[in-house]
Ligand binder design. Sequence first.
Ligand code: ZN
Length: 433
Amino acid sequence: MLFKNITYLNEEYEVITDTYILVEDKHITYVGAERPFDYEGPTYDGRGKLLIPGFVNSHSHTPMTLIRGYGENLALAQWLNDCIFPFEARMQPDDIYYGTLLGIAEMARYGIVSTTDMYYNIPKMTSAFTTAGMKANLSHTIVGTYGGDFTRSPVYIDSKRGFLNYNEAHDLVKIDIAIHAEYTTDEKVVWGAANLAKELKTGLHFHLSETQGEVEECKARHKGLTPVEYFARQGVFDVPANAAHGVWLEEDDYAILKEHDVTIATCPKSNLKLASGLLNYQKLKEHEIRVALGTDSVASNNNLNFPEEMRVFSLLQKYNSKDPTAASPKEVMALASRNGFIAQRRKDSGVIAPGFKADLAVFDISGTNFQPQDEILNHLVYSASGSDNLLTMVDGQIIYNQGEFPTIDLEQVIFEVNAAKKRILGELKGPGN
Ligand SMILES: [Zn+2]
């Protein structure tokens, strides 16, 4: 497909107008001011539109779309123990499949092309992502403690089997290993999970220093070590590591994260909703630590509207640092796309230039919120709505186009998720509950 007369963001996030951009098969093959002379295929009228590298959601639990709005406004422990865990225990494989598809549809609608996800049931989730045509780094959550040989535990076996059966079995999906968090596992589990990732030569995804209480409890449990220091000793950072949150980092943590090239996946709206605290982005930037942007689950967000996430991140960082120059629009755009792709080990994506994968989103810039029509990057970060996204393309395939989802039967998905939620709520209210 040829995008003609379109405005786009180049590698430096400069706004370039009136350009021809050609996508052939999975790649961008041409970017230039002249129409490629021998091209005869379909064209897309780019007037009044902005082509950007598609967004990467760097921390998600996609099937939790099923739990959106359930058990709101409770303290964290009560919310988890009384609502989330009992609900999840009743989710069937098909519930995970349809919940994942609902999340994918919502992400595609807002310009997300890839997600780094931690949940359960790699087979069903892989099926949903490959059916819909969206990229994902999936991982089976390792949580809990296990007596005896951890390598014989169901979570270890599911994690390893998920990798062996599904990693790169399809172009779109990579399989990582997930450690839920320091406070939900023990040393044997963390060490075993880190070794499994090393053995499989894959990445690790985990929650890290999300709340102040977590850090204090970790120090009490592990002879004064912060979660970063403790994970470092267990070998967690010896493989490509994607750490969600990183809100409560301490002075010595930064050097460890930098040394091991760890990505911090910040989830500003989730941190606000659960009152966890604010990321110190300036400090991470000073230490040249890569930061990427994520939504966390919709149970603590409550949507997957990525431009909203960008804006909230940006405003919070200005407020937190008392510096209105903090988190420039170019930096925010890097967090929202390129940095997430690097963390996913997909360095062939996140840039609009020949040779890169065609993972793209098209924003409508003809509306009032993009006028006057200059400073378009500022408008994208400070003024855009997620609903301004018109088209989402992954590996050259259109997965969202002005209200249409060519790869997802959204009507069926909505029917199935509503039926699943009703069934599970019925079970929760049933005899014995
Ligand atoms: Zn999370």
